[in-house]
Design a protein around this ligand. Structure first.
Ligand code: USQ
Length: 389
């Protein structure tokens, strides 16, 4: 089976390509190195060393005994995507080639525009390429739990039954995102849903929580690391907290820290994405999967990180609540469903404390790099101050 990973050079894409190769698929990848470039622009870098794509591809072939055929280019260019479809006729396409940072999208109008165009246009290109070139392809599209926001009611997986003025219907659950980035994912979901209604494309729309971790089973063996970001723009909550502890910096819950989010390890994210491929939707189905293991409050995560760090090193980690740079609810109800992936066979691989031990252990080997990046760790990107020209 031919599987194309758009965004193969990224945090999830590189780990996913290794799982797919390990499971015997023919893996193809595309990337334009957007993340590498933009991370450099904010003065940051991946804590785990990642070589150039050329070296990555050589190492990949050496370890997995099979080539990862790579296409360099931008999925927002329809010609580029159509060429790949023509060349390899993929059976499955993972779309991970979007601008993935909420803070980046809030830096200002330029970045907001760039996020809108990159994300919405790339998905629309994929929809048309599938429809024109291979209507049977299975599109697995990375969306986000953040599409739903934090409503004061339970969150279903995509759709819910509404009873309004005596009439009933099954409707898409209302989306209420919290950054320009998260809104692009809502727009993508709407476009995918409509494409499915128009042309019966086979689509899995993954509502993924915040992913954490330094690796997967394959990476433990191959040592072909995926990137690991800790700065305020590109790093995400738990990864940042572990790196802050290791660097001797305060762990930074934003505001009250009672905001809750769904989290899952990189290992589990890759497992779920593989399940999405191996247990596909029916032909012509648009399916939504909520993809996370557990939900936690930011305070719980900060405290657990501090405790695990102290157990491992005998040294305390400081927790410092900082003014929240985002516009978000800091105290709210949160109860999203996440049953469909479990019904398809997903079992979480581990437990938070063990996962944290592994992350902190791995980061201690790169402590100097964590310390070197200390000036880009504290939050600076303000949702309130985002401005235009
Ligand atoms: N937060 C802190 N302190 C920090 C960093 C973050 O309290 O130092 C808080 C934020 O205020 C927010 C929560 O942690 O309430 C999550 O923030 P995040 O930066 O870890 O994640 P987010 O911006 O939501 O985006 C990340 C990924 C994105 C993915 C999303 C899943 O960058 O690609 O779609 O997680 S979700 O959050 O479920 O929408």
């Amino acid at each position: 089976m031919r599987v194309l990973v758009l965004g193969v050079d990224g945090y999830i894409g590189w780990a996913l390509a290794q799982r797919l190769a390990h499971r015997g698929y023919d893996v193809y990848g595309a990337d334009n190195f957007f993340t590498r470039r933009r991370v450099k622009e904010v003065g940051s870098d991946s804590v785990l060393p990642i070589p150039s794509i050329g070296k990555r591809l050589i190492d990949f072939k050496k370890f997995y005994g099979r080539e990862l055929k790579f296409f360099r280019g931008n999925v927002s260019d329809p010609g580029f995507l159509y060429r790949i479809f023509r060349d390899i006729e993929p059976d499955v396409v993972y779309h991970l080639a979007e601008q993935r940072s909420a803070p980046y999208s809030m830096l200002g109008l330029k970045q907001a525009n760039e996020t809108m165009v990159t994300n919405i246009v790339s998905t629309l290109n994929l929809i048309y390429a599938a429809k024109d070139m291979n209507p049977d392809v299975h599109i697995i599209k990375l969306g986000t739990m953040g599409e739903y926001g934090t409503p004061n009611i339970d969150i279903p997986e995509g759709f819910f039954e509404v009873n309004f003025r005596g009439r009933k219907d099954i409707l898409p659950f209302p989306r209420n995102a919290g950054s320009w980035y998260h809104w692009t994912k809502v727009h993508d979901s709407n476009n995918l849903m409509f494409a499915n209604r128009l042309w019966k494309l086979k689509i899995t729309d993954v509502m993924q929580g915040v992913v954490y971790g330094t690796g997967t089973k394959e990476i433990e063996n191959s040592h072909l690391y995926t990137r690991f970001d800790i700065d305020e723009v590109w790093g995400t909550a738990l990864n940042r907290f572990a790196a802050q502890a290791v660097a001797g910096l305060p762990i930074t819950p934003y505001g009250k820290g009672n905001q809750k989010r769904g989290f899952l390890s990189l290992e589990d994210s890759i497992t779920c994405l593989t399940i999405a491929l191996e247990k596909p939707p029916d032909d012509g189905e648009y399916r939504v999967l909520n993809q996370f293991d557990q939900y936690y409050s930011i305070n719980e995560l900060a405290e657990t990180t501090g405790e695990v760090y102290r157990e491992m090193t005998g040294r305390p980690a400081k927790i410092e609540h900082v003014p929240n740079p985002r516009v978000e609810s800091e105290d709210h109800y949160y109860s999203p469903d996440h049953k469909k992936l479990q019904d398809l066979g997903y079992k979480p691989s581990g437990e938070l404390r063990n996962d944290l031990r592994k992350i902190i252990g791995d980061l201690m080997e790169y402590k100097e790099k964590c310390v070197e990046l200390r000036n880009v760790v504290m939050p600076r990107t303000s949702w309130r101050d985002s401005s235009g020209l």
